[in-house]
Design a protein. Structure first.
Length: 101
């Protein structure tokens, strides 16, 4: 799992070229004017052969968020790139499921 700040549809080909097989979106839609929606990113990702999961986190990740990602993780193709506005929530979410193992 790697994390980054907000991605765009234009980033999808580069993400795939870097070897990622899936994307985790931890950013809620409409958090900031002009950000791409999870559905827009997902459509581009799937068109490029990447999987995507959406676990929106507003504020610090909770146990519920971690449980949702943990339930999806075993079937998600790896490596995975997680993102949110800055990458912090995606990173914290990943840390929660790692510490639970």
């Amino acid at each position: 799992m790697s994390v980054t700040a907000q991605i765009t549809v234009a980033d999808i080909d580069r993400i795939k070229a870097l070897g990622f097989k899936s994307i985790l979106c931890a950013r809620p839609d409409a958090e900031q004017f002009g950000q791409p929606t999870a559905a827009e990113i997902q459509a581009a990702a799937e068109a490029s052969g990447l999987e995507m999961v959406y676990v929106p986190v507003a504020g610090p990740p909770s146990e519920e968020h971690a449980e949702r990602l943990a339930s999806l993780w075993p079937d998600l193709s790896k490596p995975c790139l997680g993102y949110c506005r800055s990458g912090a929530r995606a990173n914290m979410l990943w840390a929660l499921i790692e510490s639970a193992e």
